[in-house]
Design a protein around this ligand. Structure first.
Ligand SMILES: [Zn+2]
Length: 91
């Protein structure tokens, strides 16, 4: 019996699976497979406990994402694009 009432989405990425993929930075424009447009890459945020206090959030390169409409999609991790992510055409 599952402990979760809703299905939890899982992703798995093998060692070296992203090797050679494009690098993503904050603001990199990627081609959106959902709307055909382009969207800027955003960075995840992180904070930690230090002496029992939560530090202010800072952007990290751990996970990259973009938003299209009301949805947000993961597009990279550790600064490397997931398979299938393409840069937007340069105009
Ligand atoms: Zn889009």
């Amino acid at each position: 019996m599952s402990l979760f009432k809703k299905e939890v989405p899982f992703i798995s990425i093998g060692n070296g699976e992203l090797k050679g993929n494009i690098k993503l930075k904050k603001g990199t424009l990627i081609a959106c497979p959902h709307c055909g447009g382009s969207h800027p890459v955003g960075l995840s945020k992180s904070s930690k406990f230090v002496n029992g206090e939560l530090t202010p959030e800072v952007e990290t390169n751990a996970i990259q994402f973009y938003s299209c409409g009301k949805k947000t999609y993961m597009c990279g991790m550790d600064g490397t694009a997931l398979n299938g992510i393409r840069l937007a055409e340069q105009v």
